[in-house]
Design a protein around this ligand. Structure first.
Ligand code: 5RP
Length: 232
């Protein structure tokens, strides 16, 4: 039996997408890599959304049987709208994962998490034998932290403790991420808070130093991961 309402199908990405042409090019390149029968880790953000659209088109045109493991609620909803069956890490290991990034340095280290999905994104990237990071020209930086802070997901009751512990890493600024569609802070899909941490310099040990703080669930730093960069 079908539901008689349109609440998910009436949504779209909902915001204007910067560098649309570049993102559509790289989305097409990702869609061209998909093979029949694969399970894909589906990252979050507008580039991942465009990649899903391109994959859904190929699925319809070529009758491909693909499953996705989404990294966020918006990508889960997008899969529902596009008719892409979703699964999870307990049922399947992804054949490969595609995702976007906020910053990519010359060593292919990343800052991710503008969309607040870095915990599930890191989980999928670690669980996948292969990860492709989609990059438009705005994402390439000479050093991490030039344009974006490092997002850190924090268990709510640990906020003040974590704020204190972060001082040991000498950040330039630490901001609690505030919501736009609700009063108060952003609450992640895991029920946690996000603090955005600006550093003068992100060091090779910064990811581990953040992870070592009790109360930090995960950060958006990906230092030295084995990822392929797919440019527009
Ligand atoms: C979300 C992310 C995104 O992949 C990152 O913010 C890039 O987004 P976009 O493709 O919209 O530029 O990490 O948590």
């Amino acid at each position: 039996m079908k539901w008689n309402n349109n609440i998910i199908n009436s949504q779209s990405w909902g915001k204007s997408i910067a560098r649309m042409e570049e993102k559509e090019n790289v989305a097409q390149r990702i869609a061209a890599m998909v093979e029949d029968g694969q399970v894909l880790g589906a990252g979050s953000g507008s580039t991942s959304y465009l990649a899903l659209l391109a994959i859904a088109e190929r699925m319809k045109r070529e009758k491909l049987r693909i499953k996705a493991i989404p990294t966020s609620l918006e990508i889960t909803m997008a899969c529902t709208r596009m008719g892409i069956p979703v699964t999870n890490l307990d049922e399947h290991r992804p054949d490969w994962t595609f995702d976007g990034a906020d910053e990519i340095d010359p060593q292919r280290s990343l800052i991710k998490g503008r969309g607040g999905a870095m915990f599930r994104e890191k989980l999928l990237i670690n669980a996948s034998p292969r990860t492709c990071i989609m990059a438009d020209s705005s994402k390439m930086v000479s050093r991490l932290g030039m344009n974006f802070p490092v997002p850190v997901e924090v268990f709510p009751q640990a906020l003040t403790y974590v704020g204190q512990a972060l001082k040991e890493l000498s950040p330039k600024r630490v901001n609690l991420r505030m919501a736009e569609g609700k009063d108060g802070p952003v609450i992640t899909e895991n029920g946690n808070l996000i603090v955005d941490v600006w550093f003068d310099a992100v060091l090779s040990e910064t990811e581990q130093a953040l992870k070592a703080i009790t109360g930090v669930i995960e950060s958006g730093l990906f230092i030295g991961y084995d990822v392929e960069i797919v440019n527009a």
